[in-house]
Design a protein around this ligand. Structure first.
Ligand SMILES: [Cu+2]
Length: 287
């Protein structure tokens, strides 16, 4: 939580102060490159335990600079420094130390429209059918939302940074108001997924929904198995790092996705700089 507090203080002071090493933590990561998305500066790495920080997993990571990806290919074994700051993380000092056959060649992943695994979804691709629990404790599949356009975001309710998860909640509350008032948008649905299923039980999500005045016929809150949520979220570029020493300390980024009535990704907003007006404009184009 300390990093969050540092970040909040930084907001109150000056942006430049955020670059102080005190708000950053660095870890050594060892793993294998599974895929590379150079234009987006993203590398998917299957990595080993990061001591005192996170267990072994496969995740997309942003790299600090695009040139760090030059000369890298799927299968490469690497070491790198994972720099975690309060609103995200990136890899730097990437070193190739060998290469090994990929367990599953990327081409064999799955059908072109609904690929499995951890590749980032591209616009036009079908969103994978994750399984979740809603705020009422009911089992829900993401495909249940087919037939209506969906605006979806990822949060955790304990997030202490006002400009992060709470801002997503406020934006969704604003969207809900317009969706209600505009008959052309009456079908659109809002979906908020928690990546902190341990704390965000259905009961907690119900309370949270109430605090936001959420109309549950239009706005659904989901939680589920932690690994399932992580895998689903990673397809949208969400990376979640939980401190092993303090599970309440979650470092994460933000993605907000627009999904059409056929269940295909239309676009994904990065970070917290999108506005409800932009999303409404995107939705109107879908009608
Ligand atoms: Cu947050």
């Amino acid at each position: 939580m300390r990093s969050h507090i540092v970040f909040s203080l930084c907001l109150a002071l000056a942006a430049a102060a955020c670059r102080t090493p005190a708000s950053e933590r660095s870890f050594t990561l060892q793993g294998q490159v599974l895929s590379i998305d150079a234009p987006r500066k993203i590398v998917v790495v299957k990595h080993e335990d990061i001591k005192d920080f996170m267990p072994a997993m496969t995740m997309p990571y942003e790299v600090k600079e695009a040139r760090l990806l030059e000369g890298l290919a799927p299968g490469d074994l690497i070491t790198a420094t994972l720099v975690v700051f309060s609103n995200g993380a990136h890899l730097t000092a990437i070193k190739k130390v060998g290469s090994a056959p990929l367990e599953q060649p990327p081409t064999a992943a799955a059908s072109p429209s609904a690929s499995s695994g951890f590749e980032l979804l591209k616009p036009g691709e079908t969103v994978p059918d994750g399984s979740f629990l809603d705020q009422g404790g009911r089992k829900r599949r993401f495909s249940d939302f087919k037939g209506a356009p969906v605006v979806m975001t990822f949060i955790y309710t304990r997030c202490p940074i006002a400009t992060f998860c709470p801002l997503m909640d406020r934006h969704f509350a604003a969207l809900q108001k317009t969706l209600k008032a505009d008959p052309a948008l009456k079908n659109a649905r809002l979906v908020t997924i928690s990546f902190d299923p341990v704390s965000d039980t259905p009961a907690v999500l119900t309370k949270h929904a109430r605090s936001l005045d959420a109309d549950l016929s239009r706005w659904t809150f989901l939680t589920g198995d932690r690994d399932d949520v992580d895998q689903f979220a990673s397809r949208f570029g969400v990376s979640i790092a939980r401190s092993l020493t303090d599970p309440r300390d979650i470092t994460h980024n933000l993605r907000t996705a627009i999904i059409d009535a056929d269940g295909k990704l239309v676009k994904a907003y990065t970070g917290n700089e999108w506005s409800p007006e932009q999303v409404l404009e995107d939705l109107r184009k879908l009608e």
